[in-house]
Design a protein around this ligand. Structure first.
Ligand SMILES: [Zn+2]
Length: 289
């Protein structure tokens, strides 16, 4: 069989394209860890700012309680001084009651101020810790980011080189249109854009092609033409096998001999035995790339 220049070129292109798509996938998955660390940073920053607000509020409350306690202290000591200058029993009783209330008030405010002060000290400590956590996480994000950036740059350089290689391989043998179409097929079909046909079976999708289709395919192939699998849209080429192996991939011969059992059903998985049905509703239909 004469060499099909286009086909050979496509096979070479496929190798380069596979490598390129693998790298493109890396470009998408690489920043995932960075995104995670950035989300952690946003959380810690939010916690820090909430804590900051709470600490400021608590410090204000300490200030206000201190002033009120100071007032209560002055009031109580004022009453105690007045006690020394009382004339009547009635005045004494009235002042005693006021003094008692003032002492109680002073005591309450002192307790409140002390407990709030404790709370405030604790928050200040927590705030320092949280600030350190924010700084540490920020450093982690920066480190991850520069790592990802430099890796991405390296990958992008490789992708550009592979693009250039594709154009060299493609040369004038493959038209721009076919190149575009083939690139899409390789990408969509997980790196399998050009597959052999064994006997009547497409090795891309394991479907059985009609005998006449395969005869035409072989003819086209010799005339440097390209055919597509009508089931999975991949570019197909006829691969000559040794006659014994080939037989297990040819259904119409087996059927015409009245053989109901086909060897190919085991080797080609879910291959359809009914080779004449181009049922696009079965599995992957033909896609126009
Ligand atoms: Zn196919």
């Amino acid at each position: 069989m004469a060499e099909n220049e286009k086909l050979e070129c496509l096979k070479k292109l496929q190798d380069v394209l596979r490598e390129k798509y693998k790298l493109e996938q890396q470009v998408e998955t690489l920043p995932r860890e960075l995104r995670r660390e950035e989300a952690v940073l946003r959380n810690v920053e939010k916690e820090f700012s909430d804590l900051q607000a709470l600490a400021a509020e608590t410090a204000d409350e300490v200030k206000s309680l201190s002033i009120r306690y100071e007032d209560a202290f002055q009031t109580r000591t004022g009453y105690e001084k007045q006690m020394e200058f009382l004339n009547t029993q009635r005045e004494y009783e009235a002042l005693s009651k006021q003094l008692e209330d003032a002492r109680a008030n002073e005591e309450t405010l002192l307790k409140q101020r002390n407990s709030k002060t404790k709370e405030s000290e604790k928050l200040k400590k927590e705030l320092v810790e949280k600030e350190e956590a924010v700084a540490a996480q920020r450093a982690k994000v920066e480190e991850e980011k520069s790592k990802v950036d430099s890796e991405l740059e390296g990958i992008q350089d490789k992708i550009n080189a592979l693009d250039a290689e594709c154009l060299t391989v493609k040369g004038t043998v493959i038209s721009d249109e076919l190149y575009e179409k083939f690139s899409n097929i390789v990408k969509k079909k997980n790196g399998e854009g050009v597959v052999p046909v064994h006997g009547q079976v497409c090795m891309g999708c394991d479907r059985v092609l009609p005998m006449q289709f395969v005869i035409d395919l072989r003819l086209h192939q010799e005339h440097n033409e390209i055919d597509y699998c009508p089931y999975c849209s991949r570019i197909i080429w006829y691969e000559q096998l040794d006659p014994e192996t080939e037989k297990s991939y040819i259904f119409e011969q087996l059927e015409s001999k009245g053989t109901s059992e086909s060897k190919a059903s085991s080797s080609s998985g879910e291959a359809q035995q009914d080779s004449d049905s181009y049922d696009e509703s079965m599995g992957e239909g033909f896609e126009d790339f």
